[in-house]
Design a protein around this ligand. Structure first.
Ligand SMILES: *[C@@H]1O[C@H](CO)[C@@H](O)[C@H](O)[C@H]1NC(C)=O
Ligand SMILES: *[C@@H]1O[C@H](CO)[C@@H](O)[C@H](O)[C@H]1NC(C)=O
Ligand SMILES: *[C@@H]1O[C@H](CO)[C@@H](O)[C@H](O)[C@H]1NC(C)=O
Ligand SMILES: *[C@@H]1O[C@H](CO)[C@@H](O)[C@H](O)[C@H]1NC(C)=O
Ligand SMILES: *[C@@H]1O[C@H](CO)[C@@H](O)[C@H](O)[C@H]1NC(C)=O
Ligand SMILES: *[C@@H]1O[C@H](CO)[C@@H](O)[C@H](O)[C@H]1NC(C)=O
Ligand SMILES: *[C@@H]1O[C@H](CO)[C@@H](O)[C@H](O)[C@H]1NC(C)=O
Ligand SMILES: *[C@@H]1O[C@H](CO)[C@@H](O)[C@H](O)[C@H]1NC(C)=O
Ligand SMILES: *[C@@H]1O[C@H](CO)[C@@H](O)[C@H](O)[C@H]1NC(C)=O
Ligand SMILES: *[C@@H]1O[C@H](CO)[C@@H](O)[C@H](O)[C@H]1NC(C)=O
Ligand SMILES: *[C@@H]1O[C@H](CO)[C@@H](O)[C@H](O)[C@H]1NC(C)=O
Ligand SMILES: *[C@@H]1O[C@H](CO)[C@@H](O)[C@H](O)[C@H]1NC(C)=O
Ligand SMILES: [Cu+2]
Length: 620
């Protein structure tokens, strides 16, 4: 009742001009080239980042609900492919504009270009755009996308966008070589060098006294979640991931990669001093904490530019808002019991090449040879057969309008933020942190549970350590939608699956555009056929990309870890040998190679990274 009243009040407040402009959708058309730019956002080290038209950071794009957005993106990145995803948009009827490469499009090759052209008919709020080619958004290819609307449910004086992220001094391509590597058997993620606040450090937010700001926060980072806290000011949260919620006042927000929070922030009348705006790494997500890493970043709410901005500020411990309890303004009752339940267990494990991968059940994602959308379009009534999408894309075919529930059991001791393309989902249940338990706790169907009547909805949700979540949505958006961990390291490890939603509906709604097809031709990628590129017999997947073979029988991942560590220790001649109790094993390197049946020299060449280099780095 209260929310309806607010909406009605807001509607009356809208002036006639705004109503006129709302009735006339605009087209926003941009031409940009992705290029390398020398940047130094943390003030510590210059490096190359991905900019647009030789400029970085990228612009924040602002449109109105109902508008058409056209971005002509050309690839000036030399020897990298690229792609563009508009995070959170439903792309209802425009699945081919969604962005992830080999899912809904071919990669844009160097010198190539692609036109993204779609409308945003029924969404508003805080979104963002980023490359969906591995790791590139961590290298700077990302910006905010704001969709305004006239009947905004709350009052404010001025709005302002704030991005947060972590920052590395090396690019993802380089870091990935040592990350997905036999010599990193535990899958330890590279440690970032800094926190960024609106693409800088020690940032300042110039405010006017007495004003209420609508602060739109986006975590455009590729890895670590952050805590946000303001000295003596409060966040009144009113939006998560494009879903308006009833006001909830908090001192601290916890925001994972790809999530958005909008908050009303009312300023003081007193302008005599400035206040700290803190950001902090979620340290649980870092495997090690280097001594010199600044884990809490200090930024400033500036009332008076003449007044001082003291140095580092210390954040006391605070409770942060649990997004599970937020109440959407637009009430949507909990969906019925699912017609289709997909249960996946998240597992991290090593395969036969010694590399640590991430799995949903027993599958680590491997790209198909034809974009999944093109397989849908070219397979006629075989499109409902999940087998044609290949063994390693982990494809599930959904029927039109059925209620789908994803049960995700996290068997890993880390948190993971999962993103579903093409939908917001209802959050039915999220288990507590079971990180201290000896074994992970999976969802137990027979245990009694009171589900919320009007569940919270969003498009990125984190699962806690060794715990689970359940999300539900209605399959009312025909398309191929990626579901994956938004930590780019984990996506690189294969933590992804694909939903083929209402394939007949896709065939009816989509026509692959000329430019879309030309882009595939430039990349040398087929646009007809199954995941193996076979169009004669869609059920013959000979030649498809598959995951590495498992570890040899009797050889455990734990064994590899011990061997590799002692091997490294051997080279360095340090204490780890004693620690792992492996001092008696000689010729460890050869043993690992033999047991795993890999040619170490071949491996090194393929990865472009030698054992000696690795040893040199870990000893630094
Ligand atoms: C980007 O550069 C291209 C030419 O290289 C130009 O046509 C285009 O207008 C530029 N885009 C913007 C938004 O300035
Ligand atoms: C930010 O402030 C810290 C001290 O608080 C200082 O060491 C650092 O150089 C500053 N960084 C930038 C980019 O201004
Ligand atoms: C770009 O994409 C094409 C087509 O998938 C692929 O053959 C090529 O290896 C990719 N290039 C890079 C640098 O990843
Ligand atoms: C964008 O799509 C609309 C609708 O299909 C079409 O009329 C228009 O020509 C397209 N614009 C470009 C630049 O491709
Ligand atoms: C962050 O940067 C954007 C783009 O330059 C700017 O519009 C915005 O006001 C900045 N946000 C804050 C909180 O200063
Ligand atoms: C600031 O002053 C206005 C007008 O006097 C008053 O309504 C408001 O409550 C004050 N705000 C704060 C935070 O004290
Ligand atoms: C960072 O903040 C936490 C509390 O959130 C505090 O325990 C810790 O001491 C701070 N660390 C530094 C280096 O300021
Ligand atoms: C606000 O969030 C807290 C949990 O952090 C929750 O208990 C409460 O019900 C929420 N209230 C509303 C109106 O969203
Ligand atoms: C995963 O397990 C299923 C069922 O046991 C099996 O059919 C499938 O081949 C396995 N997939 C992989 C990649 O091992
Ligand atoms: C669809 O399936 C039917 C058999 O159920 C078959 O007769 C028909 O040829 C198929 N159509 C296409 C386009 O593949
Ligand atoms: C699941 O819950 C039921 C009912 O509480 C309980 O009897 C059963 O032991 C639980 N199963 C597991 C595997 O914990
Ligand atoms: C997509 O559009 C159809 C109408 O064409 C509508 O029924 C459906 O609700 C829409 N789905 C979403 C997720 O907006
Ligand atoms: Cu993850």
């Amino acid at each position: 009742m209260l929310s309806l009243f607010k909406v009605v009040t807001a509607l009356f407040a809208v002036n006639v001009l705004a109503l006129v402009s709302a009735a006339t959708p605009q087209t926003h058309e941009y031409w940009y080239e992705a290029t390398w730019v020398t940047v130094n956002p943390d003030g510590v080290k210059e490096r190359q980042a991905v900019g647009w038209n030789n400029t970085w950071p990228l612009p924040n794009i602002e449109v109105n609900k109902g508008d058409r957005l056209i971005v002509h993106l050309s690839n000036g990145l030399g020897n990298w492919n690229t792609s563009l995803h508009f995070h959170g948009l439903f792309q209802n009827g425009t699945n081919q504009m969604d962005g992830p490469e080999m899912i809904t499009q071919c990669p844009i090759v160097p010198g190539g270009s692609m036109t993204y052209n779609f409308t945003i008919p029924d969404q508003s709020g805080t979104y963002w755009y980023h490359s969906h080619t591995l790791g590139q958004f961590g290298d700077g290819f990302r910006g905010a996308l704001i969709v305004h609307e006239d009947d905004f449910p709350y009052e404010y004086d001025e709005e302002v966008v704030l991005t947060v992220a972590e920052w590395y001094h090396d690019d993802f391509f380089t870091l990935k070589k040592s990350f997905l590597n036999l010599y990193n058997p535990t899958g330890a993620e590279p440690i970032p060098q800094n926190l960024l606040w609106n693409d800088t450090r020690n940032g300042t937010w110039k405010v006017e006294p007495g004003k209420t700001y609508l602060l739109r926060i986006v975590n455009v980072g590729a890895f670590v979640s952050q805590y946000l806290w303001m000295e003596d000011h409060e966040f009144t949260v009113i939006e998560v991931d494009g879903v308006y919620v009833e006001k909830n006042v908090t001192d601290m927000i916890y925001i994972t990669s790809a999530q958005r929070y909008s908050a009303l922030v009312t300023m003081k009348n007193d302008t005599s001093r400035n206040y700290a705006f803190m950001q902090a790494f979620d340290l649980d997500m870092l495997d090690v904490q280097p001594k010199d890493l600044v884990v809490n970043g200090t930024n400033w709410i500036v009332y008076d530019e003449e007044a001082e901005l003291p140095g580092a500020y210390d954040v006391p411990e605070w409770e942060f808002l649990d997004d599970f309890y937020l109440q959407p303004v637009t009430k949507e009752e909990i969906l019925d019991e699912p017609d289709y339940r997909i249960t996946v267990d998240v597992i991290m494990d090593n395969l036969g090449n010694g590399v640590n991968y991430a799995f949903f059940n027993n599958i680590t994602y491997a790209s198909p040879k034809v974009p999944l959308l093109a397989t849908v379009m070219s397979s006629g009534n075989l499109s409902t057969n999940a087998a044609i999408y290949g063994s390693n894309t982990h494809a599930f075919v959904l029927e039109k309008d059925e209620v789908v529930e994803i049960v995700l059991n996290n068997q890993d001791t880390g948190k993971h933020p999962f993103h579903l393309h093409g939908h917001t989902f209802q959050v039915i249940e999220r288990g507590p942190d079971y990180g201290e338990e000896p074994t992970p706790v999976s969802w137990n169907e027979t245990e009694e549970y009171d589900a919320p009547e009007f569940p919270m909805r969003r498009d990125v949700l984190y699962v806690r350590a060794q715990s689970f979540f359940r999300i539900r949505f209605k399959a009312n958006n025909p398309g191929v939608w990626f579901f994956h961990c938004h930590i780019e390291w984990h996506l690189a490890q294969g933590l992804a699956l694909a939903l083929i939603e209402d394939p007949a509906g896709i065939q009816e709604k989509e026509t692959l555009g000329e430019n879309w097809l030309a882009n595939c031709e430039a990349a040398g990628v087929k646009t007809i056929g199954n995941a193996a590129g076979n169009s004669e017999n869609f059920l013959d997947l000979t030649g498809e990309n598959v995951q590495q073979k498992p570890l040899p029988a009797g050889f455990t991942a734990r064994g590899i870890v011990a061997l590799v560590f002692s091997c490294i220790a051997g080279l360095l001649g340090v204490v780890a040998i004693a620690f792992y109790g492996m001092a008696d094993i000689s010729n460890i390197e050869e043993r690992i190679a033999r047991d795993l049946d890999v040619d170490l020299h071949e491996e090194e060449e393929a990865e472009g990274y030698s054992h000696e280099q690795y040893s040199a780095e870990v000893s630094k």
